[in-house]
Design a protein around this ligand. Structure first.
Ligand code: GLU
Length: 435
């Protein structure tokens, strides 16, 4: 087989959404699996609807997903070639001018069969097709025509695209035949539906690729999720990109519609947060803390990368997205913690003096490991006369402002003795002032 050449050919008329992201991924995986070439072709022939901003969004989305392209083209750069081929079709008698536009003459007799690698054989009687415009009166090419010329000229071997294009394919095959060109192989990937099996939309949680970044989804997780939207390998759910490259091929693509499930995306994201190197996670978290306004860059830098990596490991136990993690990161950042009125349930007058005394011991703590904090608290509970089951929740609320969170001793160890001591003192004062 000739070396594989595939393309992703988005029209830059809006954001790159889930369906487009999946098409891009399947083409990229197919190219990488077969050590072929992945081409990005911006189909900007519709000049009224295409925008530079959308083109930038497409590039940014693919970069964020980590789908690198080997060649890039803009269809508008190829108008001369499209006109030349249009002229050729006219000379062959396969196209004619009417109303200033150039029309393709569909044969009256016979039928065309698309031998699709996924959809199977799809036959259309020519009597069901009408002649169609290939060059508008302003000289710009229409999609079906520009697509054929470009796929041919770019040596595309496999056209992998959404099933919504299947009805264009007979027209494209007729164009190949009229030009005496060999058509590529076609693989139309089944549609993506919402969980209610209606057309996928925002209301199902599906957005643009970059919306997922804003929601705190990792690119690894979205790649994994998009791959599983219509492709499977046994009952495995979690795949790294390297595994996908090794395993992805067209026979694994399902032939029925895929169903979009936002809960599954969150589950996968959680899986990927847990698999991510803590230092990388620390960097992502630092950025998120700043962009969400949880704290400023200065505060994040004061924590340091090492400590932030440890905080990230605790935060990812419960956080399903980077946003959730960042929103809960406040306790790990320097400065006081606001105490809500409900804190009084555990920050009672009876524990106030014990917290103040504990603060002094924390300052002098020689071993700030989780075990060090555990020994300190348990010892404190004994000789300060407050049972550990009252002291531990009080310490947790004093340090985090909340009654839930990761293991207390891990948490204290990551926050560190200095900040813990400050917050214990602040909580003791808070109790006093409320009396
Ligand atoms: N520009 C078309 C689209 O965005 C491309 C279709 C194709 O891949 O041929 O839907």
């Amino acid at each position: 087989m000739d070396s594989v050449r595939v393309r992703f050919a988005p029209s830059p008329t809006g954001y790159l959404h889930v369906g487009g992201g999946r098409t891009a991924l399947f083409n990229w995986l197919y190219a990488r699996h077969h050590r072929g070439t992945f081409i990005l072709r911006i189909e900007d022939t519709d000049r009224t609807r295409s925008t530079e901003e959308a083109i930038e969004q497409i590039f940014a989305s693919l970069r964020w997903l980590g789908l690198d392209w080997d060649e890039v083209y803009r269809q508008t750069d190829r108008f001369d070639r499209h006109r030349e081929v249009g002229e050729d079709l006219r000379n062959r008698g396969a196209a004619y001018e009417e109303g200033g536009a150039l029309w393709f003459r569909v044969p009256r007799e016979g039928a065309t069969t698309v031998r699709d690698l996924l959809a199977g054989d799809v036959t259309v009687q020519h009597s069901e097709l009408k002649d169609f415009v290939i060059l508008r009166s302003d000289g710009t090419p229409v999609y079906n025509f520009a697509c054929v010329v470009d796929d041919h000229d770019m040596g595309i071997t496999h056209v992998i695209r959404g099933a919504e294009h299947l009805n264009n394919t007979p027209k494209q095959i007729l164009l190949y035949q009229a030009l005496g060109w060999e058509p590529p192989l076609f693989a139309h990937v089944p549609l993506i539906l919402g969980p209610d099996r209606s057309k996928l939309s925002k209301r199902h949680g599906a957005g643009s690729v970059l919306d997922y970044d804003r929601r705190g989804i990792l690119p690894e997780a979205l790649v994994n999720f998009l791959a599983r939207l219509g492709w499977s390998h046994g009952d495995q759910e979690v795949f790294s990109k390297e595994e996908l490259v090794a395993l992805f091929d067209l026979p694994g693509v399902n032939t029925s519609a895929a169903v979009f499930d936002d809960a599954k995306l969150l589950w996968l994201n959680h899986e990927w947060l847990r698999r991510t190197d803590p230092h990388r996670l620390a960097d992502l978290l630092a950025e998120r803390i700043v962009t969400l306004g949880v704290a400023d860059r200065h505060a994040v830098e004061a924590v340091g990368r090492e400590r932030l990596a440890r905080a990230a490991v605790l935060l990812r136990e419960r956080g399903k997205t980077l946003v959730e993690m960042a929103e809960r990161a406040r306790p790990y950042l320097p400065g006081p913690i606001p105490l809500p009125p409900e804190a009084a349930e555990v920050l009672t007058p009876a524990v106030g003096p014990a917290l103040a005394a504990l603060a002094e011991r924390v300052t002098a703590l020689g071993d700030p490991s989780p075990a060090g904090f555990e020994a300190l608290l348990k010892g404190g509970a004994e000789d300060l006369g407050v049972p550990i089951k009252a002291l531990a929740p009080a310490v947790r609320v004093a340090v985090t402002g909340s009654r839930v969170g990761p293991g207390l001793y891990d948490l204290l160890s990551v926050v560190g003795p200095e900040v813990v001591a400050d917050r214990l003192r602040a909580a003791a004062r808070w109790i006093k002032e409320r009396r």
